[in-house]
Design a protein around this ligand. Structure first.
Ligand SMILES: [Ca+2]
Ligand SMILES: [Ca+2]
Length: 356
């Protein structure tokens, strides 16, 4: 075969590959999905949140913790300040955020908080906040103890490990142990782009304890939010690009079995679990086109999805809220408390609404 023929065949094969990839990626990113507004009553922005509250979680007593101002080179940033953790008392009608003062030998200037998880120690009632942190673009997990009467966090320790290379979210299961999602396999910038381009299902879930660190689940296209059932027997993992919530049964800390996957029809980010009903609440990105283009005149929208009876044969998946980005951009978490719904975003505002 002549050189020209080989070249022509190679170009044709590459064109077919790229064409196939473009079609697949448009499907995975919900590129053409149109959103119909679905509003809740009495929605207000939370005053003082202007650069995102990527993850939010709430204590039983109504005190919400907000992880704010995460920065990533591919995302808009509305502030040059380092990230902060705020509390918000949902039982207080003023709804004023308060920054948590961090005590101890901790570098606040490079704090870049992402996913968070609270853990209450049954032995002494101490409350721990686990925070995914990306100082200088790295990935590590910080453990703090919450000092309620000072509205402060006492820094305890930083956990770094080669398996915790692209951590997005965590769920704490002990005072020093947790499950974490990695949202990429590669750490190199170009390979990080190639990975979703080729739809490589290489993201995983890692279990960490001081004694054991290991990958306990894999095969995710983009593992994002993670949380645990109220009886602590099941893990829920959002595979954002598969539009699914994956349910895993915890046999032992390091042995998980795959139970099922529930379709959500959206690019879901963090997962919160209602401690009374066990329902899952998901902050989702309804359309990847707007997410990729980041056009200020047509910004990414927001969507909140609830899953009831996830372990039953017929889980009920309901869209609770949807907005085209005119009220709130790029929702990443939603969590209910006392008839209200608190919605956080990756890099913009936070919203509170009545659920009825
Ligand atoms: Ca979380
Ligand atoms: Ca997330």
């Amino acid at each position: 075969m002549g050189k020209l023929a080989v070249l022509s065949l190679s170009v044709a094969a590459l064109a077919v590959l790229i064409g196939e990839r473009v079609i697949t990626l448009r499907h995975l990113s919900l590129y053409y999905r149109e959103l119909t507004q679905n509003y809740l009553p009495n929605c207000h922005h939370i005053e003082g949140i202007e650069c995102g509250a990527e993850d939010i979680t709430i204590l039983e007593n109504g005190l919400a913790f907000l992880s704010t101002c995460v920065k990533h080179p591919d995302l808009p940033s509305y502030s040059d300040d380092p990230g902060k953790i705020y509390t918000l008392n949902l039982l207080d009608s003023e709804l004023k955020i308060k920054a948590l003062n961090i005590k101890g030998d901790f570098d606040k200037d490079s704090f870049n908080p992402h996913g968070i998880s609270l853990y209450t120690d049954d032995k002494d009632g101490a409350i721990y906040l686990f925070v995914v942190n990306h100082p200088q673009g790295n990935s590590q997990v910080e453990i703090f103890r919450f000092v309620e009467d000072e509205n402060a966090l006492q820094y305890i320790k930083t956990i770094k490990h080669e398996l915790l290379h692209n951590v997005n979210d965590i769920v704490a299961v002990g005072t020093e142990s947790f499950y974490a999602t990695n949202d990429h396999y590669f750490t190199n910038g170009i390979l990080k782009f190639v990975e979703p381009f080729l739809s490589l299902p290489w993201c995983d879930v890692v279990y960490y304890s001081p004694q054991t660190v290991q990958v306990v689940a894999g095969g995710f296209l983009l593992a994002n939010g993670i949380n645990i059932s109220t009886d602590k027997r099941h893990l829920y993992v959002a595979d954002l690009l598969k539009h699914k919530i994956v349910v895993l049964k915890i046999q032992k800390n390091t042995v998980l079995s795959h139970v099922k996957e529930v379709d959500v029809g959206s690019l879901c980010d963090n997962i919160e679990v209602d401690r009374e009903s066990g329902d899952l609440w998901l902050g989702c990105h309804p359309n990847g086109r707007n997410w990729l283009l980041q056009d200020p005149n047509d910004p990414p929208g927001s969507e909140v999805i609830r899953i009831e009876n996830i372990l039953s044969e017929k889980p009920k998946v309901t869209q609770v809220y949807a907005d085209d980005g005119s009220v709130i951009i790029a929702s990443s978490v939603a969590t209910p408390y006392g008839g209200k719904l608190l919605i956080g975003t990756v890099y913009q505002k936070a919203l509170i609404c009545d659920l009825k």
